[in-house]
Design a protein around this ligand. Structure first.
Ligand code: NAG
Ligand code: NAG
Ligand code: NAG
Length: 368
């Protein structure tokens, strides 16, 4: 009697464990995929022969390890801050040798500093991962994950994942406006160039949909004319470059419009537009209201506005990074990234359309 009831209870325990095992297996953690440029690159370019890299101090000075990682930030970048909100670990760069086995199931970051919507953007940076290649890597990623957990679970993992894509700024600053009389500026008027970019971006987003993306956060550009690099190069009196502001003002609303149109086409709100221009403008127009002493001078750099050249070990470096909206001549500080992610999570429809990320997470029953 004793032995058989013991046997029975251990069988029940075994059965229970099996059941729990099945539940755990069905509910994979929320995966997170990132595509785009230096605003969201977490270190892919460290593995490439390119000049677009952030692998020397003082990059990373406020990162948990206080060391450079390839992030174009003094500390955390936007993907890191979103991961924190999702309650997950920071997503590894796709080229990282550590991204293997179970770690693949958390997602991957395919972004590469210097790239744009167009293949000819960032040619001066040589070997970088252009958008079409990031999407090829996403397919390769899915093949690797299928070999681990099978096709059904892989499809579910990708369908349920959050995807962030940040690209477009370089198509202006590192292409159309890189040099006077650039090839693209001779080929297109600014309004026609913007239309061309939007039509190419649309193709990229539809490819992402075809590859299984169902929750895609798409950011616009910031106020391109107000970054310290442009103030240093183009401004005589400290106001933002009118030409680049005109570019951002044309591009961002058309991006929102295109996203609305492809959501209608696919029949649901797959794509969510983040109005990063508005988010940035808030603190470039009134930095003090957000705790910054300046939004014109970069923390790390040299020359007027610390906006000339790159941030290097020899650059001027501010003592308190939280007081600066810009970390280097082009990239926001961690503090500014925090304000942006705050709005992505819970901003009104002026900032997020058609909804913010916390509303989307509730809709999908995501449990961080
Ligand atoms: C970029 O290059 C890839 C590979 O050569 C090509 O398939 C793609 O159509 C190109 N994209 C544009 C916008 O020209
Ligand atoms: C700075 O210069 C630009 C163009 O030269 C002009 O439009 C703008 O009003 C000036 N801003 C200030 C604050 O003086
Ligand atoms: C955005 O998020 C906040 C906080 O979760 C929520 O209260 C609010 O209603 C949302 N706004 C919109 C427009 O979705």
């Amino acid at each position: 009697m004793e032995t058989s009831s013991l046997a029975l209870s251990s069988w029940m325990t075994f059965g229970l464990l099996l059941a729990i095992g099945t539940i755990v297996q069905l509910a994979d953690a929320q995966a997170f995929f990132v595509f785009g440029d230096s605003l969201v690159d977490s270190g892919n370019n460290n593995y490439l022969a390119t000049t677009a890299r952030a692998d020397a101090p003082p990059y990373g000075i406020d990162y948990p390890t206080h060391r450079p990682t390839g992030r174009f930030s003094n500390g955390l970048n936007i993907p890191d801050l979103i991961s924190q909100r999702l309650g997950s670990e920071f997503i590894l760069p796709y080229l990282s040798p550590e991204l293997t086995g179970q770690r693949l199931l958390s997602g991957a970051n395919f972004a590469s500093a210097g790239i744009g919507i167009l293949n000819d953007t960032g040619i001066q940076f040589l070997n970088i991962i252009r958008m079409y290649r990031q999407l090829e890597y996403f397919q390769e990623y899915q093949r690797r994950v299928r070999a681990l957990i099978g096709s059904d679970r892989t499809r579910r993992l990708v369908n349920q994942a959050l995807i962030l894509i940040t690209v477009g700024g370089n198509d202006f600053v590192n292409n159309y406006y890189l040099v006077p009389n650039s090839v693209r500026s001779l080929q297109y008027s600014l309004p026609d160039y913007v239309k061309y970019l939007i039509s190419e971006y649309r193709k990229l987003l539809l490819t992402l949909y075809k590859l299984g993306g169902r929750r895609v956060l798409v950011t616009g550009t910031g106020p391109l004319g107000c970054v310290p690099a442009e103030l240093a190069m183009r401004s005589t009196n400290g106001s933002c470059s009118a030409e680049l502001q005109r570019a951002a003002a044309l591009y961002n609303p058309q991006l929102v419009q295109m996203i609305r149109e492809i959501n209608n086409k696919v029949g649901r709100n797959v794509f969510i537009a983040a109005n990063t221009q508005r988010m940035h403008s808030d603190f470039t127009s009134n930095p003090q209201a957000y705790g910054f002493t300046t939004s014109k001078i970069a923390c790390c750099g040299q020359g007027p506005y610390n906006g000339i050249g790159l941030c290097t070990p020899l650059s001027n470096l501010c003592p308190n990074r939280d007081l600066y909206a810009f970390w280097d001549p082009f990239h926001p500080s961690e503090k500014a990234n925090r304000l942006i992610v705050e709005q992505i999570m819970s901003g009104s429809t002026d900032y997020m359309s058609p909804m913010n990320l916390s509303t989307m997470m509730k809709l999908d029953n995501w449990t961080p």
